[in-house]
Design a protein around this ligand. Structure first.
Ligand code: NAG
Ligand code: NAG
Length: 269
């Protein structure tokens, strides 16, 4: 209750008095402060139930975000019982440029919290490590969650054209520099540039630092030998003979055997 004025106020004075006094039952403060994007109300204000005119509340940015320079991170309860205009005052932090990738490329859309950068290696190089890194929080800061990978020189599995070559059991797709890959020729074939070697001898190629192989071997038919038909079906298959040809070959072989048998039968009659 307001103590009664000593003298009777004029109509204007009464109006001023009424404006200053809270109306019975009316709110005399602002409602709960608004929820702001990427920001949390400071804990100390969360317990407040009453926000009188002129009171001020502060916010903290979410992890990975920082206050936009020059933007007030507080709101105040205005005289007409609304909060001052909420502004977006938190922005993503940046992890910064991660550096360079030797013999490869870093693909960047942006460097901000939550974004991913990807890595790829130039041709002839293999990526060792993670091919993606994400800007994540680390304590109160942000950082890339994976280190820059390494692009290692090496060779891809060589394309061997000739069907008369048996690749060694090695079925890798990638070979390190200085790694060797052994070959041998199909039965009845031998390495053309190594005619002094027996046909079964192995010939190895080596992966060079520029991602290429030393000269690929070439298998040539031995003049003294029969065709690949002497080889077993399994060997023919790895020799790269198409399945159709193989079937025909086997049928021819069967026919030949049957004819031989018939001839023998005719002789014995
Ligand atoms: C970044 O990659 C992670 C998985 O590695 C994925 O969950 C996330 O959504 C990606 N972020 C963006 C912005 O693409
Ligand atoms: C490959 O071998 C050469 C010669 O022995 C050597 O100088 C080089 O360092 C080796 N490279 C790798 C990647 O091991």
């Amino acid at each position: 209750m307001v103590s009664a004025p000593r003298c009777r106020p004029g109509a204007r004075g009464l109006l001023a008095l009424l404006l200053l006094l809270p109306l019975p039952g009316a709110r005399s403060g602002c409602g709960a402060p608004p929820t702001l994007i990427f920001a949390d109300l400071l804990d100390e204000f969360k317990t407040w139930t009453y926000f009188p005119i002129g009171s001020t509340v502060s916010y903290n940015c979410h992890p990975g975000y920082q206050k936009v320079p020059g933007v007030q991170s507080t709101l105040f309860c205005k005289t007409h019982l609304v909060w001052s205009e909420p502004k977006e005052f938190c922005q993503k932090k940046s992890c910064g440029h991660p550096g360079d990738l030797a013999n490869g490329k870093i693909h960047i859309t942006d460097l901000l919290f939550g974004s991913n950068i990807t890595f790829s290696c130039d041709e002839g190089f293999r990526l060792v490590g993670h091919d993606t890194s994400q800007c994540v929080t680390e304590g109160t800061s942000v950082t890339w969650n994976h280190e820059i990978p390494f692009c290692e020189a090496g060779c891809q599995k060589p394309e061997v054209q000739t069907g008369s070559m048996v690749n060694a059991l090695d079925e890798k797709m990638w070979y390190r520099v200085n790694e060797t890959l052994p070959f041998k020729c199909c039965p009845g074939y031998q390495f053309s540039s190594h005619s002094q070697l027996p046909a079964t001898d192995r010939f190895s190629i080596t992966c060079l630092a520029d991602g290429s192989w030393t000269a690929l071997p070439l298998c040539k038919k031995q003049s003294t030998s029969d065709e690949c038909e002497m080889a077993s079906a399994k060997e023919l298959k790895v020799c790269g003979v198409p399945l159709e040809t193989l079937r025909t070959l086997l049928e021819v072989q069967k026919l030949y055997l049957e004819i031989k048998k018939l001839k023998l039968e005719l002789k014995s009659q």
